[in-house]
Design a protein around this ligand. Structure first.
Ligand code: BTN
Length: 255
């Protein structure tokens, strides 16, 4: 999916004091064609976008960034990229906190501390009509300084759990760049099974009852792991194992 040599060196960063959304900017840039990976990052966003059409509160202090990457084509391998990004953000937190914080992962790629959401990840993709080049944009918001109120979710920030750790967004992005390129290299070289193995060691969903909502459809069951494509499997009350490919996952209660 990626050129391995594009993952070898740090990706350049375009920093903005304020922008509508780094992911919206990535989409605009992608229309002109993408030749090499680039980060867009902003101190604040005026129209931050979350998953499923939600707003992402984007005041100064946290990290708001989007990596725009040329890819070979749109493929189901995006599920592996999605898991790799969650692992990369978790790696970043472990590195920044020098091992004092070990976050858990919630499918597909929420990074959590004691069940509260520390970051959000928004994947978008497309193809430039001008250059015919396929692209992937990886939008990442990380609560460094403050935890915004999000309906239905507990949120947390690095500063709240480790008050002695003050991480400027620029520092966080340098570490994140290395962690993300590392995890995408792992995925490219060793494939989905290697990423799934690491993801399963890092998830905090084991033994939990999950509810997945997509549109009008709600499926509830005990977390049963991931299938070989990286999709989440739930063991429902009828004994049926159901595969969840998309949607919002809520952790209902401990078993
Ligand atoms: C989520 O809903 O969990 C995903 C949130 C993704 C937010 C990031 S912040 C940087 C990038 N720009 C955006 O407008 N959104 C993503």
């Amino acid at each position: 999916m990626f050129q391995l040599n594009a993952l070898a060196n740090a990706w350049p960063v375009e920093w903005y004091d304020e922008i509508d959304s780094t992911s919206a900017l990535a989409g605009r840039r992608a229309a002109d064609g993408v030749h090499a990976p680039v980060w867009f990052a902003a101190k604040a966003q005026t129209a931050g976008r979350g998953r499923l059409g939600r707003k992402w509160i984007s005041e100064t202090g946290n990290l708001y960034t989007t990596a725009l990457i040329p890819i070979d084509g749109l493929s189901p391998a995006v599920a592996g990229v999605s898991l790799s990004i969650g692992l990369a953000v978790r790696d970043m937190v472990i590195e920044l906190s020098q091992g004092r914080l070990i976050p858990g992962l919630k499918w597909p790629n929420d990074v959590r501390i004691d069940g509260a959401k520390l970051s959000g990840i928004l994947l978008e993709s497309g193809r430039s009509s001008q250059t015919k080049q396929f692209w992937l944009s990886i939008g990442i918001g990380i609560n460094l300084a403050f935890a915004p109120d999000i309906p239905d979710y507990a949120t947390v920030s690095l500063a709240k759990v480790l008050p002695d750790l003050s991480v400027p967004p620029e520092t966080a992005l340098v570490v994140l760049d290395g962690c993300l390129r590392g995890r995408l290299t792992q995925f490219s070289k060793f494939g989905m099974s290697s990423v799934i193995d690491d993801w399963m060691k890092a998830t905090d969903q084991i033994g939990l009852i999950c509810r997945s909502k997509l549109g009008d459809q709600t499926i509830q069951g005990e977390f049963h792991g991931l299938d070989e494509h990286g999709q989440m499997c739930l063991n429902t009350s009828t004994g049926e194992v159901v595969t969840i490919t998309a949607g919002d996952v809520e952790l209902v209660k401990e078993r």
